[in-house]
Design a binder for this molecule. Structure first.
Ligand code: FES
Length: 149
């Protein structure tokens, strides 16, 4: 068993229906749901890995591959799209060498596209981890990415 999960499971003894909260806690702990973690969750809940995987894939919040140390979210909502969000996304893809939805081979960056951050006045917007960057330009985002290691 993944050692880090024992504590999570102990909080849910007798609550075998708590699939989603357990998946959320495991992902928060590990950063993603590995096949091994899914197997452990299945054992704990007396069900199959396929069952757990089936539930988890239903929700977009769960990820099944290891994320990068930093996650770059590029907004492609209407306001950001109009202000050049697509070009910003292409620039980031070229800079880090991975397409949206992917993670760099060195696990430095994961890249995600987002529908709207609710900061449309700052369009185009990029969020890296918890840092919000507004009125981003291609040169600005190239410089910003260099600040992450
Ligand atoms: S459309 Fe990008 S923040 Fe709203």
């Amino acid at each position: 068993m993944v050692e880090a999960l024992k504590e999570i499971f102990s909080a849910y003894e007798g609550e075998k229906g708590a699939v989603i909260p357990i998946l959320q806690k495991v992902q928060a702990k590990l950063g993603f749901l590995s096949p091994e973690a899914i197997g452990d969750i299945a054992s704990f809940l007396d069900t199959s890995s396929n069952e757990i995987f089936g539930v988890a894939t239903f929700y977009s919040q769960f990820r099944f591959t290891r994320p990068g140390r930093h996650t770059v979210h590029v907004c492609l909502g209407t306001a950001c799209h109009v202000k050049g969000g697509g070009t910003i996304l292409e620039t980031v893809e070229k800079e880090i060498g991975v397409e949206a939805g992917g993670t760099t081979g060195d696990y430095k960056f994961s890249l995600e596209r987002v529908a709207c951050f609710g900061s449309c006045a700052l369009a185009p917007v990029v969020v890296i981890d918890k840092d919000v960057f507004g009125r981003v330009t291609t040169s600005k985002i190239k410089e910003t990415l260099k600040n992450y290691d």
